[in-house]
Design a protein around this ligand. Structure first.
Ligand SMILES: [Zn+2]
Length: 637
């Protein structure tokens, strides 16, 4: 409770004793609330892999793979061919009799279930596995029957603590029309989800067998990767991870420019259009092998082109140690916005590191690639180009923000999209506020985010945010993943105050980075570190069909002490401003945090000490847009 609310309570108690008694009795009921736990989640807490204080449980575990891959891309046939060795360790207490293999790009197969209609150019034959061995035993693969995830019966079970070695050879075509991966143009390719991987086996669900349908996103273990990309000469490769052999793949002058960009503040072209088209940039072997490594990371992705421009620069992301991160961009010569991409990336890396979430960017680089996806990958983003520079930067900020959620925090995006999109949307709003000013940031946030939900006539989509992301419709997915959770996090920040909110958020991020948190781990951690039982708040925002709709019911006064009765028709515990217009035309603004809804979530009474006679009362939620703003105003006689 803040000072202003304490003051208001004192007035309330003095002037309206009955209303104050109601407020107090309500708060006991709010404290006693429990959070709904699905049966499988409850079991994880009972087994001690998770803990009700929000920390990873004493029996917490997660499985891990070490991937060594060689992947070739043929720019003529557009076929990706690969071989890999995966050393997969079972850290669970369970003996695994099956293993689930995931290959997201089977999404392109004509018979694959998909969330949306696709064009013919998006379709392909999908994955062909030519060989699959586990611990030297050959497995028979019927490629035509494989979807995006396939469960195999193990010939030899994998016991707790044991490591299995998988050796897989595969190929697949890059679709002509790209989505989150595919052909960007005839000689530029964004190659993501390019290898068969072991799906996640976890403590609350077992094998993750949810098919990928191109709406809900991903869930991967933290693995170690060594990725070798074989590309013909004159193709530059950009990828997740650190390039291990620049001298073997680049001409000396370009290797030197790249190296210089790692320590330089300046934004410099590493290779310009002319150098690329003249074939001056790479070593002139028929095929170059680009080697990248990245450890304890959820995925690796790469792109290649024989004509994209390549910019580089760097920025300090950890002011304590002086550690820098590399910012790179790869784009077509015609793009208007991408020449700014390295500058924008540097701004984003620095701002996120020093402000919100205020944790040093956890990776060594970030590469922005011009494509069509507006999508994040560890250390890479694939963004469309637009002539609207402000909008391009807005999207870039959002995708870079995903570094923290889901890549640093390892959330299950497939089931709980609000754990990543909600935070990326929150961070996107906060950085916009710093870059554009609050007024413009609010305008953009309302226009691109909140309005699309609150004024959507399909109100049946007001499903609880905790609903599995795979179980809501298209618009409902967006509302639950992005808009409502971002508002919940921003209202929490407003209620707790910035310093406390940051401290609690850091506690959650410290406890769960590099692991697999679920929503309850977040809720319980904030309860634990704040010393407050906020279950009333979590229930209100994450487990309800609430929306935003406040109404002014009654305004009464005793002299200059005003009592304003508000109904919460929509139910969400939103913050708002009470704007008073006085007799002489001057105004007063009284901010109320979500705490006013703790005692009674249906209605509340706000007592205010006015400066003079009030002629108009307006309740304004700002970015917390109201479904029916007409009843938010009271006019005096
Ligand atoms: Zn996002």
């Amino acid at each position: 409770m803040n000072q202003m609310q304490k003051q208001q309570n004192r007035w309330l108690k003095a002037i309206f004793p009955a209303a104050f008694a109601l407020l107090l009795s309500g708060s006991t009921a709010a404290d006693a609330q429990e959070l709904y736990l699905p049966r499988n989640i409850k079991m994880a807490y009972e087994k001690g892999s998770r803990s009700k204080d929000g920390k990873p449980g004493k029996n917490y575990w997660q499985n891990k793979g070490k991937y060594d891959m060689v992947i070739s891309v043929d720019p003529v046939s557009k076929i990706v061919t690969g071989t890999e060795t995966i050393k997969y360790t079972n850290h669970s207490p369970d003996t695994l009799h099956q293993i689930a293999i995931r290959f997201v790009n089977n999404l392109h197969k004509p018979a694959a279930p998909r969330a949306n209609y696709v064009n013919k150019d998006f379709l392909s034959d999908g994955l062909t596995i030519s060989s699959l061995q586990i611990d030297q035993q050959q497995y028979n693969v019927k490629n035509e029957n494989w979807g995006t995830v396939e469960e195999l019966e193990l010939k030899k079970p994998l016991n707790p603590g044991q490591t299995a070695e998988l050796n897989i050879s595969w190929s697949y075509p890059l679709s002509k029309e790209s989505g989150r991966e595919g052909q960007l143009d005839n000689s530029t390719f964004f190659v993501a989800y390019a290898f068969p991987r072991v799906s996640v086996y976890d403590d609350y669900y077992g094998w993750d067998l949810i098919p990928h349908t191109d709406r809900a996103e991903f869930y991967n273990d933290f693995n170690d990767y060594r990725l070798t990309v074989k590309a013909p000469k004159n193709f530059v490769v950009w990828a997740t991870g650190d390039l291990q052999n620049p001298q073997e793949v680049l001409q000396p002058v370009f290797a030197e420019r790249l190296k210089k960009s790692y320590t330089s503040e300046a934004i410099t072209p590493i290779a310009n259009a002319e150098e690329m088209t003249k074939g001056l940039v790479t070593q002139q072997n028929d095929w170059n092998s680009w080697v990248f490594t990245a450890d304890h990371i959820t995925d690796v992705t790469f792109a290649l082109s024989n004509h994209y421009l390549w910019d580089g620069g760097s920025v300090v992301v950890d002011s304590k140690t002086g550690r820098r991160a590399s910012a790179q961009a790869a784009y077509d010569a015609k793009a208007i916005d991408f020449p700014k991409a390295v500058d924008w990336t540097k701004q984003a890396l620095s701002w996120f590191s020093n402000n919100w979430p205020g944790i040093a960017y956890p990776f060594s680089k970030m590469t922005a690639v011009q494509g069509f996806a507006d999508m994040e990958y560890p250390m890479m983003i694939n963004d469309s180009t637009t002539p609207d520079l402000e909008f391009s930067q807005f999207v870039l900020n959002h995708e870079v923000a995903h570094t923290y959620f889901p890549f640093y925090m390892g959330t299950n995006e497939t089931r709980y999209a609000h754990m990543d999109e909600g935070w990326a949307t929150t961070l996107e709003y906060l950085i916009s506020t710093a870059q554009l000013g609050k007024e413009k940031a609010d305008e953009n946030f309302k226009k691109f985010r909140v309005d699309r939900w609150i004024n959507d006539p399909s109100a049946e989509e007001d499903q609880p945010v905790i609903t599995l992301s795979t179980q809501v419709s298209g618009a409902g997915y967006g509302n639950n993943a992005y808009v409502k959770p971002a508002l919940a996090y921003l209202a929490l920040k407003d209620m707790l105050g910035d310093a406390a909110f940051k401290k609690y958020l850091h506690a959650y991020m410290e406890r769960w980075n590099g692991k697999h948190p679920i929503p309850w781990d977040f809720f319980y951690t904030i309860n634990n570190v704040s010393g407050q039982n906020l279950n009333w708040y979590w229930n209100n925002w994450f487990f309800s069909n609430n929306y935003i709709d406040l109404a002014v019911k009654q305004v009464s006064n005793k002299g200059l002490l005003y009592q304003i009765k508000l109904d919460n028709v929509g139910g969400f515990a939103v913050p708002f401003d009470i704007k008073l217009k006085y007799k002489d035309g001057s105004t007063g603004v009284f901010h109320q945090t979500s705490a006013v809804w703790k005692a009674n979530q249906k209605s509340t009474v706000i007592a205010l000490n006015a400066k003079q006679t009030v002629v108009e009362v307006q309740v304004d939620g700002g970015i917390f847009m109201d479904a029916s703003p007409a009843d938010n105003i009271w006019k005096g006689k």
